[in-house]
Design a protein around this ligand. Structure first.
Ligand code: ZN
Length: 235
């Protein structure tokens, strides 16, 4: 089973889900894949207004639309997907945020865009599967950079020595930006086991890199990233 958000599941007329290794795009979204905007994710902070299916968005990591029938979906493999929905189901958004996007302010950019035509207080946000604080070890320099640039407690940013908690950082930012409610709908992409086959549930860039360091013939993750998506159904 793919992950889903309890918050977003209660909104009528909207489909959403977080993919995993078994279903890179959740099964109930696959029929709409051709409507997904074309884009190159670059760990940036650019948000695009999507108005037509398959729109060419260029380099972008955030998407927003009020048009029904367009699947907004982002690819991830340890980075953090966040999908958004206005409480009335009439407008949706999605972002891809790794540590760079988080520190450079993609969540703030999305909130800014939402507040141009509405109010974050009318929106829910759902945080999907990403590298968890259990496994996401980084350099001390990067932890220090986060501590210096973000006004958040160090125990929240880095709950263990040289580990970052991307989901907790995102949740604290989303709260500060005034979103109505936020949930964590996914688990750690590095260590979560699959329900069935004794392998892992998610595609993980970090885990794959370790495997390739040991065995250079091990396949890369290209084309195997999971997708997190949301779409307003056509009336
Ligand atoms: Zn983990």
């Amino acid at each position: 089973m793919s992950d889903s958000s309890v918050l977003l599941s209660n909104i009528p007329g909207v489909l959403h889900g977080f993919g995993d290794k078994e279903n890179l795009l959740p099964a109930h979204l696959q029929a709409y894949e051709a409507t997904r905007p074309e884009k190159k994710q670059v760990h940036g902070t650019r948000i695009v207004d999507v108005v037509q299916p398959g729109q060419d968005c260029g380099e972008a990591d955030g998407f927003i639309t009020s048009t029904p029938g367009i699947l907004l979906a982002v690819f991830t493999a340890d980075c953090l997907p966040v999908i958004f929905c206005r409480k009335d189901g009439k407008e949706i958004a999605a972002i891809h945020a790794g540590w760079r996007g988080l520190i450079d302010g993609i969540l703030e950019k999305m909130a800014e865009r939402i507040n141009e035509s509405g109010d974050t207080a009318d929106w829910f946000a759902a945080i999907g599967p990403a590298a968890g604080s259990c496994c996401y070890e980084v350099s001390q320099e990067l932890v220090d950079d986060f501590l210096q640039r973000l006004d958040l407690p160090s125990s929240l940013i880095s709950p263990h020595h040289r580990h970052l908690d991307l989901a907790a950082i995102a949740e604290a930012k989303l709260q500060a930006l005034g979103f109505a409610d936020i949930d964590h709908s996914g688990r750690c992409t590095i260590c979560t086991a699959a329900e069935s086959d004794g392998g892992y549930k998610y595609t993980s860039f970090r885990r794959n890199s370790h495997q390739r360091a040991i065995d250079p013939t091990h396949q890369g993750i290209s084309g195997r990233n999971q997708q997190s998506g949301i779409m307003i159904l056509c009336p």
